[in-house]
Design a protein around this ligand. Structure first.
Ligand SMILES: [Cu+2]
Length: 155
């Protein structure tokens, strides 16, 4: 149990209360289950075009902030989180190196918004196949991961 995020004059009282109820931080999911991913899909590029896109909802069910910390695909050499930015009248993609998700927050990765970019394909993927995506994240400096089978679909 890690309760050291609390600070200030009430820290000791809070720690005592939490020790009394036998839980750290209340009703939220434990860190190993904090990241909940739903509606995940991968959209394949046209043949030979390179990068695929990943869309999903990521929810933090825990009591502490969560930061993404490393993504990997069994079918790609590199996976990044990208955001879309207006720059000089054009939409450009930019990497978000460490996406943060607050407790209770849901981040939607969707077309024309923040998304995953699955780059440097290592094998041919057909629609209907699944990609094994590993999502690493940190909570209070500890590392956890989710491993998901995500269906690939044609654009
Ligand atoms: Cu992108």
């Amino acid at each position: 149990m890690r309760c050291h995020r609390r600070a200030g004059p009430y820290a000791l009282l809070a720690a005592l209360v939490m020790a009394a109820v036998g839980a750290c931080g209340g009703a939220g999911a434990p860190p190993v289950e904090a990241l909940v991913v739903t509606d995940a899909r991968i959209v394949l590029p046209p043949p030979g075009a390179g990068s695929a896109a990943g869309y999903m909802r990521m929810r933090n069910d825990g009591d502490a902030a969560l930061t993404l910390d490393g993504l990997a695909s069994d079918a790609h050499g590199r996976v990044e989180v990208h955001e879309m930015k207006h720059e000089g009248g054009m939409m450009r993609m930019r990497e978000i190196p460490a996406l943060g998700i607050a407790p209770g927050e849901t981040v939607s990765l969707e077309p024309h918004g923040t998304h995953l970019m699955l780059m440097a394909p290592q094998r041919d993927l057909a629609a209907g196949e699944a990609v094994t995506l590993t999502i690493g994240y940190r909570i209070d400096g500890e590392r956890y991961q989710r491993v998901l089978e995500i269906p690939a679909e044609a654009r």
